[in-house]
Design a binder for this molecule. Sequence first.
Ligand code: SF4
Ligand code: SF4
Ligand code: SF4
Length: 308
Amino acid sequence: MPVKVASEWLNSCSGCEISIVDMGERLLDILQVAEFVHLPALMDHKYFGQLGNGKHLEIPEADVGIISGGIRNEEHLEVAGEMRKKCNIIIALGTCATHGGIPALCNSFTTDEIFQRYYSTESTDKPDTFPSESIPPMLDACYALDEKIKVDIYLPGCPPHSDHIFKALVALVEGTSPRLPDKSVCDTCPTQRKGKGELKQLRRFLQPPQYGSPDEPLDKMRCLLEQGLLCMGPVTRAGCGGDNIKPRCISARVPCRGCYGPVRQDGNQLLDMLNALASNGIDFRSLPERKSLLRFSGAHHLLRPAAK
Ligand code: SF4
Ligand code: SF4
Ligand code: SF4
């Protein structure tokens, strides 16, 4: 009997689904042993029956349910609940599902403030008319999946590399638990590190880092953090390069923005980053956007001016 797989997207950009499709020919291997019974990105499967005559939202039963995106409105909540009811194992796919991801940046504003900003600025042609029909009511915030339903397996990444999705599905078909890298991006980064303490100030990423030429191998370039760029590699889970291992952004000579989330699922990536900067002797007052960063981390005391 093939393993039945259902997949859903909630507060998501569909990049995670592209990563599923990005398995390429390996999808054909998966299809030998698994059957997709529900996959809105690729299959036309309606919530209320194919002719729209159903009375309740219904998703077919499955052994494995893959959900991308966090939960922002009541429809997301209902779909997530139905997936939990119908699937034996739930995989949170992508950082929006595992931690809230980019859409959770909205959590520093109230829903009212977001609506005001979106519908009542000088650039909108019908100010103050908020849509009310056919739009699911918003929740008070954007939630990671496990804040609303039980999650069995976490596959972070924005999006997760298709190598990890493939391995996770193979593991589940074989009846074992998928394993994620438990190292940091720095642990897999080939750039040169000379040591701590030289750098006191960070700078905005407005100019490229220093390196010889575009053809020069990465191991000839100095670590981006040691060049004064805010690189989240020390506190971010490795794996974005898939089996190729090299971190994606660093390979493009761009600092890591932390999209794979904390090295441990329950880690506080921002607070850990502040600790990493402190142990490197960096003055917090040189942090770009430090007020919002510190507010998110709960480390308000670091906003105070240094004692004279
Ligand atoms: S984790 Fe990234 S790729 Fe996946 S839905 Fe969220 S924003 Fe899109
Ligand atoms: S801080 Fe960034 S550039 Fe430096 S080693 Fe870590 S991942 Fe690489
Ligand atoms: S280097 Fe960092 S931000 Fe870039 S893809 Fe990898 S984990 Fe994500």
